[in-house]
Design a protein around this ligand. Structure first.
Ligand code: NAP
Length: 261
């Protein structure tokens, strides 16, 4: 049995996923760095993970495709024989931001498949493996396995020019509740992290808009979020710092969710 805890992080080549992988590497994890197509970014992430004290492998798999999800789990088990932490991070924004009175089904299907259906069925597959580990008493120093899903402030914030994205992220909130309720009897805790606006490729095209919102104080902590802000929250979960919490939502958003008067 590998001595390192084993984390499977989807969409870990770039952006928030990379930030998560590096913070987990600092805890000594072996990280399965999943990516969709950018092999160069995934390889670079693996180098950074190793430099930070971790280890890992890269696995190309589209989380929206059933065979790819199966292969992702199989390659993880072939390399390490277990999964201690699943981080559902992979996600996409709509290619075109279209008003909900105009937006088409193609974008809706793409967003639901990648951002909601993929994590739902990947979680199902990994949860079965985690249950087996618990039942076989194959628990290492990490403790019982855990699951984290990266949703968004869009889970509850209505942006009428990307309804597909908002609906998918809202769905992840229920997914977290469902798996938290179902897996509690096995001691497998399930968490949702809701990032605010984070500086990655996903937000680079709308940088000016968000610069303005920050200047206006749209969220109280007036700065861009960084990938390591999310990575550090995942690391706290990985360290086991929330043992009596499951189905919990952790906002990492500079206080965006606050209502002020
Ligand atoms: P990003 O910079 O665009 O990176 C996306 C990552 O996901 C890449 O590694 C990409 O792989 C991977 N990916 C995309 N589609 C995939 C698929 N079908 N299967 C497997 N991997 C796939 O995005 P990000 O900003 O880091 O966002 C990461 C997550 O945080 C997303 O779920 C996003 O919705 C959420 N989020 C982001 C923000 C923000 O402000 N940035 C805010 C709230 C929530 P390749 O590198 O191979 O393309």
């Amino acid at each position: 049995m590998s001595e390192r805890p084993i984390s499977l992080v989807t969409g870990a080549g770039r952006g928030i996923g990379r930030g998560i992988a590096i913070e987990l590497a600092k805890l000594g994890h072996a990280v399965v760095i999943n990516y969709a197509g950018n092999a160069g970014a995934a390889d670079e992430c693996l180098q950074l993970v190793r430099a930070a004290g971790g280890d890992g492998i890269t696995v190309r798999a589209d989380v929206a495709v059933a065979e790819d999800r199966t292969r992702l789990v199989n390659e993880t088990l072939a390399a390490y024989g277990r999964v201690d932490l699943l981080v559902n991070n992979a996600g996409v924004a709509p290619n075109v931001r279209a008003d909900i009175l105009e937006a088409g089904e193609e974008s809706f299907d793409r967003l639901i498949n990648i951002n909601l259906k993929g994590p739902y069925f990947l979680t199902q597959a990994v949860a079965r493996q985690m249950i087996e580990q618990v039942q076989n008493n194959a628990v290492n120093s990490f403790g019982t396995p855990r699951i984290v899903t990266i949703s968004s402030i869009s889970a509850y914030t209505a942006s009428v020019n990307r309804g597909d994205y908002c609906i998918a992220k809202a769905g992840l909130g229920m997914m977290t509740a469902l798996f938290a309720a179902r897996l509690a009897e096995f001691g497998i805790n399930v968490y949702e992290i809701r990032p605010g606006v984070i500086a990655t490729d996903m937000t680079s095209g709308v940088q000016e808009k968000y610069d303005q919102l920050i200047a206006q104080g749209t969220w109280p902590l007036r700065r861009w979020g960084q990938p390591d802000d999310i990575g550090r929250a995942v690391a706290a979960i990985a360290r086991g710092d929330f043992p009596f919490s499951t189905g919990e939502v952790i906002n990492v958003d500079g206080g965006f969710h606050l209502r002020t008067l």
